[in-house]
Write a protein that binds this ligand. Structure first.
Ligand code: PBG
Length: 327
């Protein structure tokens, strides 16, 4: 049946009707807030490349985490800024490294908050690559052992979920084995499964001080034009034991999220990355767009594509808007 019997506008007439037939809604429950932790005391340093994002020392981080929990955001994703960097990224797996100490403090200060740790070497290596170098290349198999050690040290500190972002082959099984061998059978792995070599990470690399000193990450992160390959990455990670798979970035990769939703039944995370966030902030500051409406539309599109959870720097703003009844 078509017009004039069928009129699509009937169900759009009022706000209440639209609410009734709405297919997707972003909830605070869906959000994960990224936080950066650094050495020192009483530090809260604005990151120059990312408005509203800070480096926290452990004490101020715990206060921030308490606020995040009070706002109703269920989880944070933690990144560390080490005191020293070396060729092998030693602080990434040091028992008293910045992440290990921060996780311990967080789990005692705000135990209900889910603490997810980013597992990668790039913030900790002097060369800025996500693995160890051999003849100028990132060596996959030698890196696996260090990645597994890093994840295990995070679990020992009390991390609720570990999230490997290095894109080495075989890291999920290496991490699963290391965790299980030490009795951490209950710690889930959220794998950055389809992580693309994206220019949208630009502001983050300033924030985390992890830009590669030479070359780029194209030999381990995915080539942006590839769609089928993303499903293969996701399938392999699930075979290796991933509990949650991630697509990253989110906005230019909604097709990948949608493909993943159609073919796997596990929870899918999407990372609304630094460059996506900063574009909105910059455009809003110039008055080109309405920040709240654009942000909600972006987050909704990520959910509509099929993501179950969204890692986003907008999480706190979203929580404030929710609290103020503006959504
Ligand atoms: C570490 C890592 C990166 C991001 C998350 N984990 C940077 C990169 O791969 O270069 C990017 C996050 C963002 O842009 O918000 N490997």
């Amino acid at each position: 049946m078509s017009y004039p019997v069928n009129r699509m506008r009937r169900l759009r007439r009022t706000d209440a009707l639209r609410r009734l037939v709405r297919e997707n809604t972003v909830l605070l429950d869906d959000l994960i807030y990224p936080l950066f932790v650094t050495h020192g005391l009483d530090v809260k340093l604005q990151v120059s490349s990312m408005p509203g994002v800070y480096h926290f020392s452990i004490d101020t981080l715990c206060r921030e985490a308490e606020e995040v929990r009070t706002l109703g955001i269920p989880a944070i994703l933690l990144f560390g800024i080490p005191a020293v960097k070396d060729e092998f990224g030693s602080e990434a797996y040091a028992p008293d490294g910045i992440i290990q100490r921060a996780v311990k403090a967080l789990k005692s200060a705000v135990p209900e908050l889910v603490v997810i740790t980013d597992v990668c070497l790039c913030e900790y290596t002097s060369h800025g690559h996500c693995g160890v170098l051999r003849d100028g290349e990132v060596a996959n198999d030698e890196t696996l052992e260090l990645i597994a050690r890093t994840a295990l040290s995070h679990a020992e500190a009390g991390a609720d979920i570990v999230a490997p972002s290095d894109m080495m082959d075989g890291r999920v099984s290496a991490i699963r084995e290391a965790l299980d061998d030490s009795g951490f059978t209950g710690v889930p792995i959220m794998s950055y499964s389809a992580k693309f070599a994206s220019a949208f990470y630009g502001p983050f690399r300033d924030a985390a001080g992890c830009a590669p000193k030479f070359g780029d990450r194209s030999s381990y992160q995915m080539d942006p034009p590839n769609r089928r390959e993303a499903l293969k990455e996701i399938t392999l990670d699930l075979e290796e034991g991933a509990d949650i798979v991630m697509v990253k970035p989110a906005l230019s990769y909604l097709d990948i999220i949608s493909d993943a939703r159609a073919s796997v039944d596990v929870p899918i995370a999407a990372y609304n990355v630094s460059g996506e966030y900063c574009m909105v902030k910059a455009a809003a500051e110039k008055g080109y767009v309405d920040e709240r409406r654009v942000t909600v539309e972006i987050l909704t599109s990520i959910k509509r594509a099929g993501a179950d959870m969204i890692i986003t720097y907008h999480a706190k703003d979203f929580a404030f808007w929710t609290k103020e009844g503006k959504l």
